[in-house]
Design a protein around this ligand. Sequence first.
Ligand SMILES: [Zn+2]
Length: 360
Amino acid sequence: MKQSHTHGPIPDGFFADIPKVDIHCHLYGTIREATLQDFVRETSAPLTEEDVAGYYVRGEKPRGVLHAFRFMEKHIFGTEDRLYRVTRECLEDLSAENVRYAELFWNTTGTLLHAPNLSFDAAQGAVIQAMDDAERDFGIVSRIIHSIDREASPEDAVVMMERALATPHPKVIGLGIDYMENERFPPEGFWKAYRMAQEAGWKLTAHAGENGSHWRNIETCLDLLKVDRIDHGYTVLDNPDLLQRCIDEGIVFTVVPTNTHYLNVLSPDEWAEKHPIRAMGRTGLKIHPNTDDPTFHNTSPNTVWKTMHAAFDYGLDDLRTFMLNGLDGAWIDDATRRDMTQAFCESFDEAVRNHRLHPV
Ligand SMILES: [Zn+2]
């Protein structure tokens, strides 16, 4: 592990001990390999054991996970019991690494397209039941962010919102957009679904500026889609005025150290030095590190936080700031935010003392 400039090395146990929120995590990107192997056997889906194992290999130049997602939408997630199991196991695994609150992105468009006998209501009910059970059994609180499939049409996004608004639930709190961000699918096409969510009082976020895509997408998401947060948002660094505006407005950026694009475009030698996350956190921008697709990225909440220190040289004070940024960006009420902030700070400071680190 590299030495932090300000505090010296931080031991692995510290990253396990600090409390966490995960507000950028895709439900389908949390599936355990053993569970996916079970599901493939159950469904007789056209994939070998070796093919499934291949999804979990994260080579030097990793393949993205979207192929696995499309496969699972088509063959795997069309039943309530499998949605329940993946949700419960996701929350069990996050909770095991001291994640106390999670907002999970869930794309329903592709799943329901391939499961004509599964209603939106039943599918959402299975996920919510697993969230209730996980809260009881593991103590982790979780919420759903319905997420737009930007490779489907804007009209499909409106249909998704119509379905979601017809089955409201207190655990359903926000709208996001993901899948491949490119010129064919700019964010502005999805204004209507965002407007529906905004009028329903939902919170809003969007994947933007993820794959080297133009900073304009970030600006569009802020000004047209009216998002509260930005997911990834790395190309904000390309426009100093936009960056300053995001700093001034306190926009929280949910960043992902294992982002596939930068593993592919940067060499292993330069990755840690040139990754935008290294610069973003030093500009005053409010960033918070997250798992994204933890099992497919071969990462976990503890690893994500360790990477912020070991790869990007952030010290204890920075990590504490990032923790507070996550609580600031989380879609919780003010009383909950106050209580969680106090509890998180106490736990963080206790971990600092227990590991005999620089006192906070
Ligand atoms: Zn993501």
